[in-house]
Design a protein around this ligand. Structure first.
Ligand code: DSN
Length: 449
């Protein structure tokens, strides 16, 4: 029987011993853990595709469930010893269903890319056509990029953005009519605006395609009701759990009312997804990650998470506004989510790679990103992508965001571009900004770090 007093003592000594053992047996790795924690404390992470994982979720991922091999699903395993594993997986499933309002959830995908592969390989045949947002316009590798397995196995077509930086639905419709894809993918990695799931579904229905919504970037906003949910519009929804759920690296596949819908081969959509994960693509699940997913999904139904998501949106909106007021060209003229896309080439005469590197020297972490109609290749780019998940975790207020905008502008204005990949930055400016960033990070630490 579960005895609440004993496990606490056992776990405390287990983890304390484990940490001591790591320090003694592998001081190099132990040192790197410490160095990374310091780096994360002292830098301002504005990379849009991550969020600082809640410390208890870090602990939940580094847990004893890592020792269990558990092919199959709760109550239907191919290995013994799954009594607690079954409860953990069911907890994660129930919590995911609750926060997303889904009818069916599979919590086993090792990543959202795997989840997308599962969807494609379960529903399509090699050579079938798919239609997703162009990688260069803010799509994802796993949505049919030429360099990805999705672009090799399937006949991948791409839609893009208009000059206004918004998804060009005329293009989506025209490509859908022309190529008759079996699957349309709605989902983005570098898109600052609201996604119109209903319009995607209308087009999918017109051509008889399945609609996959990959909400990896906006899952937290969807839970908080700050972005429309695709459940009820898309046939299938995928997400990762680390970008905006402050959880472990991993994926989820979710279905709404169409979970029971029959496929041409007689199986239901739900059955196809279950078998698509196991045994088609994966073997045993990473139960330790599923435990951490359960933890993060539990937090996602709480008031603190809702407040964090409100802050994700408000800090991004303030950052976009502040940058624009100081003359920066922000793609699409603002943001509805956590992403701000800045055209640094036209605003500062420096490339995205130079902007990224110069800001990193000063302790501000962003990533170079192509913007619509970019004249530079992916390794150089004209744009930079900012994300607000980290600022929200630090409980930033508008004044803090203004200071960030000031520092960003100062660094980018003072960065002297020598060539597309080479720049010069005054060392004294670098030291001064770095100190200001550190002071800001000390003033607003990430909870638990
Ligand atoms: N999809 C990439 C990104 O958005 O940065 C990596 O997760």
């Amino acid at each position: 029987m579960y005895d609440p007093s004993r496990p606490t003592t056992q776990l405390t000594s287990f983890y304390a011993d484990a940490l001591r053992s790591l320090e003694l047996s592998d001081p190099v790795l132990h040192g790197l853990f410490g160095a990374e924690l310091d780096r994360q404390r002292q830098t301002l992470a504005l990379v849009a595709s991550c969020s600082p994982v809640t410390p208890a979720a870090v602990l939940a991922e580094g847990n004893v469930f890592v020792n269990v091999t558990a092919e199959g699903y709760p109550g239907r395993r191919f290995h013994a010893g799954c009594v607690n594993v079954d409860q953990v997986e069911q907890l994660a499933i129930d919590r995911a269903k609750h926060v997303f309002g889904a009818r069916f959830v599979n919590v086993q995908p090792h990543s959202a890319s795997t989840a997308n592969q599962v969807v494609m390989l379960s529903l399509l045949r090699p050579g079938d056509s798919i239609l997703g947002l162009d990688l260069d316009a803010g799509g994802h590798l796993s949505h049919g990029a030429a360099v990805n397995i999705s672009g090799r196995i399937f006949e991948a077509h791409r839609y893009g953005l208009g000059r206004d930086g918004l998804i060009d639905f005329d293009d989506v419709e025209a490509k859908a009519r022309k190529y008759r894809p079996k699957l349309i993918i709605a989902g983005t990695t570098a898109y600052p605006r609201t996604i119109d799931w209903r319009e995607f579904r209308r087009i999918a229905d017109e051509v008889g395609a399945y609609l996959l919504a990959d909400i990896s970037h906006i899952a937290g906003l969807v839970i908080a009701g700050l972005h429309p949910s695709p459940i009820g519009h898309a046939h299938i929804v995928t997400t990762c759990t680390h970008k905006q759920l402050y959880g472990p690296r991993g994926g989820l596949i979710m279905l709404g009312d169409c979970a029971a819908a029959p496929l041409p081969d007689g199986r239901s959509l739900e059955e196809a997804v279950q078998r698509g994960i196991f045994p088609l693509i994966q073997g045993a699940p990473a139960v330790n990650s599923i435990a951490a997913k359960a933890y993060a999904l539990g937090l996602a139904s709480g008031a603190v998470f809702a407040d964090t998501m409100a802050r994700v949106r408000s800090t991004a909106a303030v950052l976009a506004e502040q940058l624009m007021q100081r003359g920066v060209r922000v793609v699409s003229g603002g943001t509805d989510n956590h992403i701000v896309m800045a055209d640094v080439l036209s605003s500062f005469d420096i490339t995205g790679i130079n902007a990224e590197k110069a800001l990193e020297e000063c302790g501000i972490l962003v990533n170079k990103n192509r913007i619509a109609f970019d004249s530079r290749p992916a390794g150089v780019t004209s744009g930079v992508r900012f994300g607000s998940n980290g600022m929200a975790a630090r409980r930033f207020e508008p004044d803090d965001v203004s200071q960030v905008a000031d520092l960003v502008i100062e660094v980018l204005t003072e960065t002297e571009q020598v060539s597309d990949r080479i720049y010069r930055l005054d060392p004294s400016l670098r030291a001064r900004v770095r100190q200001q960033v550190q002071d800001m990070c000390d003033r607003r630490p990430i909870a638990g770090y």
